[in-house]
Write a protein that binds this ligand. Structure first.
Ligand code: FMN
Length: 194
């Protein structure tokens, strides 16, 4: 039997849930440019994430064409060295098809608890950003591959490695293909205590 809608459910709430559940990690993008203003607005939305002690530990780098090219060369070098030159060239080509590039960093701290909480805040910020973009029709892929821990990457982007670490390299653009995903059932992730 179909459950009736709960009394708190409004169309707005349903649409909000659909945005959250519909967001997918996007691999294949169209080359249609994403308006700069939309990225500004998404970053602004990101910064409204909860952050303990209001540390605002994040920073957002939007990469220009020249920086992207340097990242592509670095990606090729890393993969060539780790696998082989053919794999490096292949990876460079596939990364060159990612339209928008954004790097999100988190400030480092001598206090491990602070750093952990700051990382949590940055993750919440990133989810804000991705959901905001998704609602505007733009998809993202959050990556944390080898390049995001390579000193040369920090140097290319101009991140002070002693002061911050990379939370993610985010590619964004209009999706060419939206994959499907599933999640565990609610009963498998929820425990009610007495
Ligand atoms: C912290 C973090 C790091 C991730 N790094 C990668 C990555 O390096 N490569 C990748 O293919 N996906 C990466 N992802 C994306 C996840 O694989 C993806 O979210 C997961 O498969 C679930 O898919 P969905 O986002 O469509 O729900 C990362 C996600 C998170 C949260």
């Amino acid at each position: 039997m179909k459950k009736s809608a709960p009394s708190y459910e409004t169309q707005e709430l349903r649409e909000f849930a659909e945005t959250i559940q519909g967001r997918r990690t996007i691999e294949l993008f169209l080359q249609t440019p994403v308006p700069d203003q939309l990225i500004d607005d998404a970053i602004e939305a990101a910064t409204w994430a909860p952050n303990h002690h209001v540390t605002e530990p994040w920073h957002f780098y939007t990469l220009g064409r020249a920086t992207k090219e340097r990242c592509l060369d670095l990606c090729r070098d890393i993969v060539s060295q780790k696998v082989n030159e053919k794999a490096g060239d292949f990876k460079r080509q596939s990364w060159s098809e990612k339209p928008g590039w954004l790097v999100v960093t988190c400030q480092r701290s001598d206090d491990p608890l602070r750093e952990r909480e700051d990382y949590a805040a940055c993750s919440a910020a990133l989810q804000n950003l991705m959901l905001f973009l998704w609602k505007a029709g733009v998809g993202c892929k959050w990556t944390t591959g080898d390049i995001t821990r390579d000193s040369r990457f920090f140097e290319i982007i101009g991140i002070d490695e002693a002061a911050a670490f990379v939370v993610g390299l985010i590619w964004y653009g209009y999706p060419k293909l939206t994959p499907t995903q599933s999640r565990k059932a609610l009963r498998d992730v929820r425990t009610d205590t007495p």
